[in-house]
Structure formats: structure tokens, C-alpha cells
Design a protein around this ligand. Structure first.
Ligand code: SF4
Length: 696
């Protein structure tokens, strides 16, 4: 279906319906929590453009503020599709510590507060009230990842499937173009929404077990009920495992979850899209801009404006990530020609500055990768595709990936082509030197971003990530490739703090390892137990859902903040939390290293005293946190290097002060005496006679 005027977005008003598209009514109304940006990185644009391409008159109500906004284009003939937007509305509104975010990158001008909390439920209720009798289909990330009972970090409770809470008729999970088109075609053919319970990639509510069909003859599997899950976290872990194992389009069975007197039913996932289907979706005539109704720009567009999505899916299965539940494990590739064509189009757009800022997907180097067995039989249950080492059946896509990058670099007007998507480094190492060399020579904008996520192999195993050694090998390989290319460029790492299995002690070791490796992570993300990840099941239950073995979990907000602060321990803002963490774990010996980046014996006092640096009495005495910080901050930087203060022969500590032995020993090594008597005696620390520490 073509618009009357070229290069216009889908309509957001009755005038646009008529003047741009020549429609008097809509077939489908899409209600969305984000501003409408007509770009293939935005879910609502993919769904809306696919529907119009298939001949359905589709309009978009974005971020409605009142009832009238829902009715601006009238009652649609077939159904209303509701989505909270590109990300979960609660994640969009609140930080990991549940503090409101000041900005919403998916709203014009970054303005916060233009969508309600739990937007899918609120919008569905409003549509039900205003457009009685019109079927409502839920979609988008929020609905997709809340399709079964889940943990809601923001209310600290378990919640039922969003289908039960919203009372929508159907829920399309995953990217959902296929499901939404099938629903539209069948409703247009006269079927009733209540009969559409056999569409793959959808969830629906059944009144009895007997009413649940299995037209795919794969069998059904039942998870613990919502009521069991919400009263027994072990049942939650069990349910998450059962559900996780059914995410494969080739072999996934019908999943049933009793909820109250009814049953939430998840049909098998939609089939993976082939190259032709994906090329068609990404080749639709997106304007790649915000809808012209917006005066202010939408910040989220700026980061993706000149980017190209090459594929969907990820074989990696990282436990903290929900991509497998949304896009599946199998890599669904676009053709190289289609990717290059999109780059050619970007190069002709007004305002293009010569830089394609990303060519990638969930992992950039999985483009054009294939596994014949996965396509035919589904992903293996007896082994992981990448761990402990990448599976030999996984065919590398590196050559075609390089071809695509070279062709894009050759397009007139393209000066730079960067890769911002993550690179799965164990796969990159396996796939030989050519890809890393190509990336290092041409596709890094000075700093390569990589996500080792942790330095601790035990935590990495719980995340289902490769070992830290594998990361170090990749880093070396990248440095070598950069040197060969004559390019001075760096690597910056992304890490997660507070993942299940990561205690305060683990994070202190991680912080220390980062200094040893001279790593300065760019971003530290505090682990957020978002709905529908294996890591969230670990966090909530304290169990590994696959082995049901206990896992150490940090749940207190303060401890989680300390973990995060340790990664950026040299930032002045983190100082208090870092010292608190070191005191708690009895690792003040690392204070100098972590706070000031010194690399030496690892003993703060020892190192500092040997250098003649200032070691304050409160520090020496293991004083209270506030004393230590006040003293340290006030005196450390401007001090001339003597301990004690010039002219002071010794430091008299208050009676009863406990001097930690390791600090006293360190002081002695540095040329000081520390002595104390009895259990509660005065401690005195004074320089050895004739051995004043050298000046710095
Ligand atoms: S054969 Fe290998 S790559 Fe393919 S699904 Fe099985 S483990 Fe994964």
C-alpha cells in the first residue's frame, strides 16, 4: 500500500490519514508508549510499516495524554495493538535503585512523564473503556517479557502474566511481525478474536486445560501456578527453567501456567524469519525521522539514526539477557545486498555526515552465522552453542560480514563505518584474524567497547559468559591488530555489578583485578532483575534454576551500590562507598590501589608509608568511616609527605582505639613503631628513631 505523498510516515491524525494516505478509517490502530519515530530500530515502526505493506490501513497514537487522544483517528475496523514502547515502562521510568529517571530518551526533547507506569495495562484499560468490542492485542518488549508470571523489581513482588492483568485478548511475543499479520488477515476474513488461539508466537487465556489445543502435536508442558510461584521462590526458579527450555521455534512446546481459576497459554514461538522476509521488513520506506508533529527531537533516534541492523537473535544465551525470549537463539540474517542497500539509502539522506555509526545486531560478529542443525531440529539441549568453546557446527559468517563492511565503506559519501554493537570475543577469536584485523583497521572510532561483564570466573559461569582469560586474549589480539593497522586505539569494558554470585568480596577482587589489568571500565551497570531472565530467577530464589544449587545474592541497596562503586573506585563520588566496602570486607590493604590507582604490594599503608606518604591516625587506628574520609580527603592531597604531621613526634590515639594488626605491621615496615598494651589501652604510633620516612 502506497501513500499519496511520497516519503511520509504513518498517520497520527485524521487529517494525515486522509491527506497523506487517502483513508477514511483505519483497519488497525497502534497505541504506543514511545514517541513515533519512523525508523527500523523502533518496534512500532516495524509493526506499522509491515501492516501497511500487507495492505492494512494503520495509524499510530503515540504517548496519549487523555481519552480524546485515543479517538483522534476513530474506531479501527479490525483491532487495536498496544505497546509500552521499545523498553519496559518501569525500566524506562526508574533506576535500579527505584529512583525516578529525569529523562525519557524515547520522548520528544527527552521529557519524562509522557507515558504511564505499566503502560501496556493502562492503555489496554483505556481502549477497553473507549472502544468497546474492539479486540486488543498486546505486543512490545514489556508485554513480551511479562507474558508469564514474573518478578517485578519495582514493586518487589511477583506479578501475574500481563495478559491476566490487562485483560487484552491476545499477546504477541517476540518481534511479532508474523503474528500481527496473521491476526489481521484472520480478523479481516471474519474470524472472531476468541477463536485465534492457534497462532504461534502468541499467548492467550484459557478457561480449562481441556480447552487448550495442540495443533502442532508437540505436546504441552505446565509450569508451577502463579499462586505457587508467588509463595515459593524455588517454584519460581523451576518455572523459569521449564519456560526457558521451550523458547525454540523448532521444538518449543505449548507452555501452560495456571493462574487463579484460568490458564495462561504460550503457544510455540513463531518460526524464525528467513532472509527474504527480513530483507523485505528492513527495506520498507521508513523516513528514518521523528514524525513531523514533534517540535523537539527524540534523543533515542540520535544514537541509532545512521545505524543498520544486520540480523536478529543471539546464540550466546547470557543469563542476564532476555534476547533469547524475544528474538530467539537462531541468527536470522539479512542478505548482504539488503544491508548495503540500506547503507546506500542512509548516505543520500539530508543531514548525513558521512558516518554509519553501527552495522550490527545483538552481537556484531554473529551476522551471517548459521547452524544447520539448529535450523532443522532446534537448538541443542545437551550443550551450549558457545561454551565451554564455540560449537564446530556453528558456521562462521566472518567472510560475508567483512564483504558487507567493505562494500559499505565503498559507498559514495560514506567516510566512516563503525561497529558499536558488542563483539562476542570467544567467537571472534575462533573465527580467525581477518575479522578482528578488519575491525581494528577500519571500524573502531578510537575506543572499542567490549563487555566482559566481570573478571571473576565463578560469576562469569553464572552469567554464562566466557572466562576472563578469554577476554584478556581478545584484548591482546585487538591491541596487536591495532598496532598492525598503525592505529592508536583503546578498549573500554562494560561490567555488571551485583549479579547473583557476586558478593562484596568478589567485587573487591574484581576492582583489584581491573587495576592489575589497567582496565578502566566505561560503564558499570548495576544488575537489575528485569522480568524473564535466568539471572533474575537466580536473584529472586537464590538458586541456579538449572542445578537448583544455592547461589550467594546481594540484595540490599547499599551493598549493591558499594559493588557498583568499587568498579569506578577512583571516582571521588565513590570514595565513601569504596572505603566502606573495604572496611566491611577487611581489605583496607587495597585502599591505596583502589582509591588512587597505585599498583604495588597491594598493601595500602605499606606502599604509602614507604613512599613517605601521609597515613592519618584515623586510618592507622581503623577509625570510623567518617573520620577516615574527612581526614583523608582534607589532608591527603596537599600533604608534604611526612608522617606524622611535620613537627609531631607521635600520634596519640584515643584510649580504647583498636589498631588493626595488619596496619600496624605495615607501619612498621614503613619505618614506624606501633605499639599497644592490653585489650583497651592507648595505642601509640611514632617514627623509628633516626629513620624518618623519605620525602616524596
Ligand atoms: S549444533 Fe552447536 S551451534 Fe548448533 S544448536 Fe547445537 S550447540 Fe548450538
Amino acid at each position: 500500500m502506497q501513500s499519496l505523498i511520497p516519503n511520509v510516515p504513518l498517520p497520527m491524525s485524521r487529517a494525515e490519514m486522509q491527506e497523506w494516505w487517502g483513508w477514511d478509517e483505519l483497519d488497525i490502530l497502534l497505541v504506543n508508549g514511545d514517541a513515533y519515530v519512523d525508523h527500523p530500530s523502533f518496534g512500532i515502526a516495524l509493526i506499522g510499516r509491515s501492516l501497511v505493506d500487507a495492505g492494512f490501513r494503520t495509524g499510530i497514537v503515540a504517548q496519549p495524554q487523555c481519552d480524546d487522544d485515543f479517538l483522534v483517528m476513530g474506531r479501527p475496523a479490525l483491532f487495536v495493538g498496544v505497546s509500552a514502547g521499545n523498553i519496559d515502562s518501569m525500566l524506562n521510568h526508574f533506576t535500579a535503585a527505584r529512583r525516578p529517571r529525569r529523562q525519557d530518551h524515547y520522548s520528544p526533547g527527552g521529557k519524562a512523564g509522557l507515558r504511564p507506569d505499566r503502560a501496556s495495562i493502562v492503555y489496554t484499560n483505556t481502549v477497553r473503556k473507549l472502544l468497546k468490542g474492539v479486540p486488543v492485542v498486546l505486543g512490545g518488549v514489556e508485554a513480551s517479557l511479562r507474558r508469564l508470571a514474573h518478578w517485578d523489581h519495582w514493586s518487589n513482588t511477583f506479578r501475574r502474566s500481563i495478559l491476566a492483568d490487562s485483560k487484552a485478548d491476545l499477546l504477541g511475543f517476540g518481534m511479532a511481525e508474523q503474528q500481527i499479520l496473521e491476526i489481521a488477515h484472520r480478523l479481516r476474513a471474519g474470524e472472531a478474536i476468541k477463536d485465534l488461539n492457534d497462532i504461534r508466537g502468541t499467548c492467550w487465556m484459557a478457561n480449562s486445560r481441556e480447552a487448550i489445543p495442540d495443533p502442532w502435536a508437540r505436546g504441552k508442558v505446565e509450569t508451577p501456578s502463579f499462586e505457587e510461584i508467588s509463595t515459593d521462590t524455588a517454584k519460581f526458579a523451576e518455572g523459569e527453567r521449564v519456560h526457558f527450555l521451550e523458547q525454540d521455534p523448532q521444538r518449543g512446546r505449548v507452555v501452560v501456567q495456571p493462574t487463579g481459576a484460568r490458564f495462561v497459554v504460550q503457544n510455540p514461538p513463531a518460526p524464525s524469519l528467513d532472509e527474504t522476509a527480513l530483507d523485505r521488513i528492513y527495506g520498507l520506506p521508513y523516513t528514518r525521522r521523528e514524525h513531523p508533529a514533534y517540535v523537539a527531537g527524540v534523543p533515542a533516534l540520535e544514537t541509532v539514526k545512521a545505524t543498520i541492523v544486520t540480523h536478529r537473535g543471539c546464540v550466546a544465551n547470557c543469563n542476564f539477557c532476555s534476547i533469547v525470549y524475544h528474538q530467539g537463539k537462531e541468527i536470522q540474517n539479512r542478505s548482504v545486498d539488503s544491508v548495503v542497500k540500506e547503507a546506500e539509502r542512509i548516505a543520500t539522506l539530508p543531514g548525513f555526515n558521512g558516518t554509519i555509526s553501527d552495522v550490527g545486531g545483538p552481537s556484531a560478529n554473529m551476522f551471517r552465522m548459521k547452524c544447520g542443525k539448529m535450523r532443522k531440529f532446534g537448538s541443542c539441549v545437551h550443550r551450549d552453542c558457545l561454551l565451554p568453546t564455540p560449537c564446530p557446527s556453528l558456521e562462521s559468517g566472518a567472510d560475508e560480514n567483512i564483504t558487507a563492511l567493505r562494500r559499505i565503506r565503498g559507498i559514495k559519501g560514506v567516510k566512516h563505518v563503525f561497529i558499536q554493537s558488542g563483539i562476542r570475543y570467544d567467537l571472534a577469536l575462533r573465527d580467525g584474524d581477518a575479522y578482528i584485523d578488519e575491525v581494528a583497521r577500519y571500524h573502531v572510532s578510537g575506543i572499542m567497547k567490549v563487555a566482559p561483564e566481570s573478571t571473576d570466573d565463578r560469576v562469569l559461569a553464572l552469567m554464562n559468559k566466557p572466562s576472563f582469560d578469554t577476554f584478556k586474549k581478545f584484548k591482546k589480539r585487538f591491541q596487536l591488530a591495532s598496532k598492525k593497522a598503525g592505529r592508536r586505539q583503546f578498549m573500554t569494558e562494560y561490567l555488571i555489578a551485583g549479579h547473583p554470585g557476586s558478593s562484596l568480596n568478589t567485587m573487591v577482587d574484581t576492582a583489584s583485578a581491573l587495576r592489575d589489568e589497567d582496565m578502566q571500565p566505561d560503564q558499570v551497570q548495576e544488575f537489575i532483575p528485569i522480568p524473564m531472565t535466568i539471572s533474575t530467577a537466580m536473584y529472586v530464589s537464590g538458586l541456579d534454576p538449572f542445578t537448583m544449587q544455592p547461589i550467594e545474592v546481594s540484595r540490599g541497596d547499599r551493598e549493591r551500590r558499594m559493588q557498583k562503586a568499587l568498579i569506578h573506585s577512583q571516582k571521588p563520588d565513590n570514595r565513601k562507598l569504596v572505603i566502606e566496602a573495604l572496611q566491611k570486607t577487611g581489605r583496607m590493604d587495597l585502599a591505596d590501589k583502589l582509591l588512587h590507582g597505585a599498583v604495588g604490594s597491594g598493601n595500602h599503608l605499606d606502599d604509602r608509608a614507604k613512599r613517605g606518604g601521609y597515613v592519618g591516625p584515623a586510618y592507622m587506628a581503623g577509625g570510623s568511616l567518617d573520620q577516615v574520609i574527612d581526614e583523608d580527603e582534607a589532608k591527603l592531597d596537599e600533604h608534604d609527605g611526612h608522617f606524622p604531621e611535620p613537627g609531631v613526634e607521635n600520634v596519640q590515639l584515643a584510649c580504647g582505639t583498636k589498631v588493626p594488626k595488619h596496619l600496624a605491621e605495615a607501619a612498621k615496615k614503613g619505618g614506624f613503631n606501633a605499639s599497644w598494651k592490653g585489650k583497651k589501652n592507648t595505642a601509640t604510633i611514632k617514627p623509628h628513631q633516626g629513620r624518618n620516612p623519605p620525602r616524596r
